[in-house]
Design a protein around this ligand. Structure first.
Ligand code: FNR
Length: 183
């Protein structure tokens, strides 16, 4: 099973990069590898640029997406929604050939605030309907007060979020296997 991980933040010390790295370590313990995508090389969507030829960072991202059976997304929350960096990557992945079609998606998110990206994740679910991607319904993985949620070694010390994350990955693998078998 090919699994791609996407963090919706570019910053070096991103809490969502930490969350994704933690998810990758949990997946590894379950015998699965999550490849982490690099959104740093994906420029802002511009139809003129697209018409002239896809930039290398976009080609690389779309190739990563095409190869994936499943996608794990760790999203920040900006102004009650998810960040433009993530929307931009989703848009590049859908234009002129929808690379999201049929992917199984697991959502999670981390924020220093108290609500753990509830609103950002709800809006992402909405978007993936139009992209024909299957979002694993539950459990929800919200990491509030995320600046205090990771130990020095990257372990998630919020026990409820950690349990939900493990269960979400289990469901992701089950749903992805089931859909692959039916194709
Ligand atoms: C935020 N942040 C934020 N947090 C939240 O829980 N709800 C929100 O609506 C917002 N809004 C918001 C807007 C903008 C413009 C910024 C820059 C930040 C705080 C945000 O969750 C915090 O910066 C996270 O640390 C960003 O995620 P990474 O980069 O740590 O992964």
């Amino acid at each position: 099973m090919n699994i791609l991980g996407i963090a919706g933040s570019l910053r070096k010390d991103s809490l969502n990069k930490k969350l994704l790295a933690y998810a990758a370590s949990v997946a590894r313990d379950m015998g699965r590898e999550i490849r982490i995508a690099d959104l740093g090389g994906v420029p802002l969507y511009n139809a003129d640029v697209e018409a002239a030829g896809l930039p290398p960072g976009v080609v690389a991202f779309r190739d990563d997406l095409k190869q994936a059976d499943a996608v794990v997304i760790a999203t920040p929350e900006y102004n009650n929604s998810f960040p433009g960096v993530l929307k931009n990557a989703i848009d590049w992945g859908s234009s002129k050939g929808n690379c999201w079609d049929g992917k199984v998606v697991a959502l999670m998110g981390a924020t220093p605030g108290n609500f753990g990206t509830v609103l950002a994740q709800a809006q992402l679910r909405n978007i993936f309907c139009i992209l024909n991607a299957v979002v694993v319904p539950t459990p929800f993985v919200y990491v509030p007060r995320a600046h205090e949620a990771f130990d020095a070694d990257g372990t998630l010390n919020n026990s409820m979020a950690a349990e939900n994350l493990k269960n979400l990955l289990t469901r992701l693998f089950e749903v992805t296997e089931a859909l692959k078998t039916r194709r």
